[in-house]
Design a protein around this ligand. Structure first.
Ligand SMILES: Nc1nc2c([nH]c(=O)n2[C@@H]2O[C@H](COP(=O)(O)OP(=O)(O)OP(=O)(O)O)[C@@H](O)[C@H]2O)c(=O)[nH]1
Length: 360
């Protein structure tokens, strides 16, 4: 069943096939199908899924397709929305609505030896590390899905430099504190507004080669002394203000594309509907231009925070409604602890982030 959708970027009306995609896993085992040679994108692996019927929501299509293709009933499992993405294969345009579903231990025990699906297609469970390393040949659109799946369950945010104002050398105190208190292997959003902090970030990365960094988009990390730390920098971050400035620039000059990081995936901060719409537009333009994708948004504040005491909290319900509008994975931020991961997932998020409670 095909669905007519309007493409807001080009203002042309194109026929797009709406597809529900189920990233089914149990812990670090992921279920892949294999597309028959005769199918579109044949002889490639795929996540289970298929066309959403006209009368169905994406989730209804997802549950039906998984049942039809594998026999697994996921109606009572939590389906976490990862995102929505358009891809133009030339011969076919698709809009993939992607959900991650963790099956229960019981479901896994029942289906782990499944090697053929109910439609005769090959099925296989694969290791997460191998899947994310690109060992399986998937359709081109899935590159973005794999980038989304890299996101961890929790992200640490650094204290602002102002937190160390009482120290004789605030930058040295910032460095020392985070060197000691970031947990092993963490993803860390280096929230430093001040220009000139590139070297401190690089020094921290040299001291902590186990961590991975999200750095502010306005910092020029290549200019810092030690460029070797660059392989630890995995994404660039845009504040909501930067995002909205980018968006109004594009509105005035549709063909212009400002100098946002073109070499790194982006993570953007959003607090409301307008910024989520802008993030969706940015993600769509980056996909069209084949730039590294927007891999997530920090949606904040879920609850009141010490760092932004005057910003009213969204609360989980409003947070969840906003999260559903995003075309990319959503990370909860603001007054959260790592223990609140499950709550975030139940409300449509993929991860939680924060400062105090995420440091050791
Ligand atoms: N199921 C699935 N489809 C994907 C993935 N990635 C991706 O680009 N697609 C595309 O999304 C569309 C899925 O629709 P489908 O599975 O219902 O269609 P089909 O061509 O296999 O079957 P059909 O013969 O019923 O038309 C295909 O064009 C496929 O190439 C994926 O990971 N899983």
């Amino acid at each position: 069943m095909t669905v007519k959708q309007s493409n807001s970027l080009t203002n042309t009306s194109i026929t797009t096939v709406n597809v529900a995609v189920a990233v089914i896993h149990y812990q670090n085992q992921y279920l892949l199908g294999f597309r028959a040679a005769s199918q579109h994108q044949g002889n490639r692996y795929e996540f289970v899924g298929g066309k959403i019927d006209a009368h169905e929501t994406a989730k209804q299509g997802l549950i039906r397709e998984v049942a039809e293709e594998t026999g697994i009933n996921i109606a009572n499992n939590t389906a976490v929305k990862l995102g929505r993405l358009h891809h133009d294969y030339g011969d076919k345009q698709v809009c993939l609505q992607v959900y991650r579903i963790e099956v229960t231990a019981q479901q896994y025990a029942q289906y782990k030896n499944l090697s053929y699906g109910l439609e005769g297609q090959k099925l296989t469970w694969v290791e997460e590390a191998e899947l994310l390393a690109g060992h399986y040949d998937l359709p081109a659109a899935n590159k973005t899905i794999l980038a989304w799946l890299q996101l961890p369950m929790q992200i640490t945010v650094t204290y602002p430099l102002s937190h160390f104002d009482a120290a004789s050398n605030p930058i040295a105190a910032w460095l020392q504190y985070h060197h000691e208190h970031i947990t092993a292997g963490a993803w860390v959003y280096m929230r430093t507004k001040a220009a000139g902090t590139e070297n401190s970030i690089k020094q921290l990365l040299q001291l902590r080669t186990d961590i991975q960094a999200i750095t502010p988009d306005h910092l020029d990390m290549d200019k810092a002394d030690n460029v070797e730390a660059n392989n630890q920098i995995i994404a660039s971050h845009l504040t909501q203000t930067q995002l909205m400035q980018w968006s109004s620039g594009v509105a005035k000059e549709p063909m212009s594309y400002s100098a946002l990081s073109t070499s790194l995936p982006l993570i953007v901060s959003c607090h409301d509907v307008d910024s989520i719409n802008a993030a969706n537009q940015l993600a769509s333009i980056r996909l069209q231009q084949q730039l590294p994708p927007v891999i997530g948004i920090f949606l904040a504040p879920v609850e009141c925070t010490q760092t932004h005491p005057d910003t009213p909290a969204l609360g989980w319900e409003a947070w969840s409604n906003l999260a559903n509008l995003a075309d990319m994975p959503v990370i909860g931020l603001g007054g959260l602890s790592p223990m609140m991961y499950k709550q975030a997932v139940l409300h449509g998020g993929v991860a939680v982030a924060g400062i105090r409670q995420f440091l050791k």
